[in-house]
Every structure is written in structure tokens, then in C-alpha cells.
Ligand binder design. Sequence first.
Ligand code: PLP
Length: 428
Amino acid sequence: MNINDAKLETKCLHAGYMPSKGEPCALPIYQSTTFKYDTTDEMGQLFDLKAEGYFYTRLQNPTNDAVAAKIASLEGGVAALLTSSGQAANFYAVFNICEAGDHVVAASTIYGGTFNLLAVTLQKLGIECTFVDTDSSPEEIAAAFRPNTKVLFAETIANPALVVLDIEKYAKVAHEHGVPLIVDNTFATPVNCRPFEWGADIVTHSTTKYMDGHAIQVGGAIVDSGNFDWDAYGHKYHGLTEPDESYHGIIYTKQFGKKAYITKATSQLMRDLGSIPSPMNCFLLNIGLETLPLRVERHCSNAQKTAEFLASHPKVSRVIYPGLPGDRYHELAKKYLPNGSCGVISFELKGGRDAAVRFMDSLDMAKIATHVAASKTMVLHPASHTHRQMNDEQLVEAGVSPGMIRLSVGIEHIDDILADLSKALENA
Ligand SMILES: *Cc1c(COP(=O)(O)O)cnc(C)c1O
């Protein structure tokens, strides 16, 4: 059986690690910094990237690689790299093909951490970013491009705005300008959407969220579709298509073909910046991945029922969830996320900030926590937490009203979730 031809549920259990006779059924944790060789020359070949093999865990580790291969298989990509966080994944994904003097175009509704990375931190490295309204027309997105633009970046389902991306539209604009589309697929997960099937070139993840699912490790992943033709644009992606002097003059596209992008990220960025996940964390992530399809299905059905319950509640003024027929992104969700979107809902209370605080403080089971996409139901009040430094006017400008609550619906029984919310809403 070729595991890459199997269904997604099967890949979640078996891809990346298929033990042979007498080997452990569970993925072993290779908790070792280094690996042993018999001759000086054998190890020298590894340093020259002339032979494949493990030598130092900052570059490669068998546990980490097995999980990376599983995620690559789930997304339908050719290779993946795991990182110590989702932030590191997005940084490496962009920095692998951008340098000082380059430019990025990104959708504006992306995760706050990624927004800061692109708007502030990459600017300090000489990489500029222009943000476009996620719902922009192709012409409006195209207008943000410059001759030095190297990447178009967006999220399948924006965290926490729950804006659904028109992936085909973004891919078309990117390719018309000869740049790859990078899509952060954290909220949808490959269970609900595989952006490569719609034209995206590179996918990133915060594996901290649904992939792990148990809120026990922080991690990230970059997956390459292998579809972008770096050689087609002359000097533009010279880091991939011209000799790397820091690696004995290797030319990544020549030596590694479709795996050029991930090999460069590993052998250059991991070597020099070092944001690796620990083998133990990769082991934990792998356990999460085994049940991902079951959990995502339950998250989505629970969130759908919860969104419908909230939408009909007299104390609730607004519910944002792509699964609701009246939602602004319902049509895009039907196209790109036909089996469900995610478990995260935003809603607003008529009583504003004070009602939101009373509601939060009256919850019994749902946990107040800075996290989303875990198996346990969690809530956050942006005005008191993530956006605390803003006054009410600034909040409205940022699209976050003072009475807004971000609810990450878990996989508990729906009756218990609704009972907890009902009781807390009585006090709101
Ligand atoms: C959480 C998140 C990140 C950042 O990931 P960390 O693992 O927290 O570093 C990036 N993108 C999205 C969409 C996220 O939800």
C-alpha cells in the first residue's frame, strides 16, 4: 500500500512512520542530539549534503521527520519542515525567499502575531509589507504588487476574524505576478481544506492548535507543494536557483528539485536560526494528529449548534461563524470548506463590555484562556485580554467591539456546552 494514496483518516494514523518486523508500533522518541558514524568520510558526506542521514537534531531528527512527513502527506505536499512554533513557521516560510530590499503582500485580517511579524519585525530586516483588505478584488490585490514583491500571504480562515479566503483568487493574482502564495491553514486544518488543491504553493501551520488539539505543545509546520517553478524567474529567487556560498556552492533547485524550498529552509535557516521542535513535542503532536479528523468533525458540529443557539438568544446581538447561512463568508465556506470550517465563533453581547465580563465570570466549564482550537471549550474577551491596551473607539476600528467574545468550542457533549453558556448568559 502506498500511504500517499490512502484516505486522510488513514494517513493521520500511518503516514510518516510504518514500522517493519519487530519495530515499535508507536513512533519512537529519538531524544538524542546526535547520531554516530563509522568513518570520517561518512560524516563529511553528510555535511556536504551529498549523502542523506542524521547527524545533529537541529538539522534533522527521525521523530521530527516522521511527523513532518505525515503533515506533508496530509496537505498533499512534497516535503515539510517542523518548527518550534507557528510564529517560527511563518517567519521561515517568508524569510526563506525574501531578503532586505524585498516586499510582501499580505491579507490584512491575519493573526495578530503574524501581522506584527510582517509589519514590524520583518521591516527591521529590510523586508516591507503591504496589507490588502482580504476581500479585495484581483485588481486591488494586484495594485499592491511592486517589482520586488516576492510573496503573497493569507490565512484560509483568519484567526480571530473568521474571514474565509478566496484561495483561487489569491493564487491567480500571485501567479500572474510570478510569486508563490503562502497560506496559513491553521484553523481549517487539512481535514477541512487543502489549499494546494486550490492553487496555493506553500502552506504553514501553528500545530499548537487543532493538529495538537490537547494544548500541550507549541509548534509549527511549513509544507511545500513542490509546484512553484523557482527557476522560471531568473535572478528573482536567487537563494534557491544560484550557488549557496554558505553551503559549498550548492544550487538547491538543481540538487533537490521539488524539495528545494524545504531543503534550503532546513539547511540554511534551521542551521543558522535554530527554531527546532523537541522530539518529545513532535511525539505529542503526532498523537494529536492521529485523532485529528475525529476531533475536527466534532468541533465543527458542536460549533455549528452553538452558533445557531447563540444566534437565536435574546442577549446576543451578533454571531460570526462561517457555518451560519447569514454569515458574510457562508458562500466562500461552502466552496472551500464544504465539510465544516472550524470550532471558533465570535459573538457580541447586547450589554457590551460589562455583560461580556459578567458572562465570562459566570462560566463553569468553559475555561478563560489565551488559546483556541483545543479539545476543551475555551473563551477569551479580546477587550479585556488580547486587545486590552485599546480604548473602545480603537477597538471598534480594529473590528473588535467591547462586548465581543471569542469562543473556541471544544469536543465535550453539546448539551453540556450549551448548558454552561445558557447559565452564564442569564447573568450577562
Ligand atoms: C496561533 C497562530 C499562529 C502562531 O502560532 P504559535 O504556535 O502560537 O506561535 C499563527 N497563525 C495562526 C493562524 C494562529 O492561529
